[in-house]
Ligand binder design. Structure first.
Ligand code: GAR
Length: 191
């Protein structure tokens, strides 16, 4: 399958809106080290899949039901498209150790908190509930342990008194779009 000289073939896994996917596609069209050639969602109705189609990127919706073969089917596609690296962008399922081992190439994820703080869900609710002064976003390597792999890049954002979950989500998302491309650059240039 496709291979672009000097570039890594990248797949992106999403679950919904896909605003991080959009920022990665924009980045990959600039003079970047990657070419996004495959998008997979566990949710066939994910808005991000439509954006992938519009950008002429091969995309698949594979339901993640209890006995579905999401992981096996995805692994076949990752192989078929010669994928060198997988980026999770708002992918809300946990990949098994078996998947990570079988894929055997780097997997990165973006998480809406300053890891190791607030692994898992509802990060903004927890940051506000704990009256934190700062929160942020982190890009990290994916390992078997949820949100625990090595952090590649993170950026802080101030939580002001007037912030609520909605406003904070918006602020953090903005820095997510900024740091995911930078983290990929940093990761690939330090391989
Ligand atoms: C982003 O805030 C991302 O960090 C978060 O979901 C949102 C997806 O937005 N991911 C996680 O919470 C993963 N545990 P998007 O679909 O617009 O990129």
């Amino acid at each position: 399958m496709e291979k672009y000289p000097g570039k890594k073939n990248v797949a992106v896994f999403i679950s919904g809106r896909g605003s991080n996917l959009k920022s990665l596609i924009k980045y990959s069209k600039r003079n970047s080290l990657i070419k996004i050639i495959l998008v997979i969602s566990n949710n066939p109705d994910a808005k991000g899949l439509k954006y992938a189609s519009k950008s002429k990127i091969k995309n698949y919706g594979i339901k993640f039901t209890k006995n579905s073969n999401f992981e096996n089917n995805s692994l076949k596609l990752l192989k078929k498209y010669n994928i060198d690296m997988l980026c999770l962008a708002g992918f809300m399922k946990v990949l098994s150790g078996n998947f990570i081992k079988k894929f055997s190439k780097p997997i990165l994820n973006i998480h809406p908190s300053l890891l190791p703080k607030y692994k898992g869900l509802n990060t903004h609710e927890r940051a506000i509930g704990n009256r934190d002064s700062f929160t942020g976003a982190s890009v990290h390597k994916v390992t078997e342990k949820l949100d625990s792999g090595k952090v590649i890049l993170q950026k802080k954002v101030k939580i002001s008194k007037s912030d609520n979950v909605r406003s904070l989500k918006k602020k953090v998302l903005k820095i997510e779009h900024e740091i995911y491309p930078k983290a990929i650059d940093k990761f690939l240039t330090n391989l």
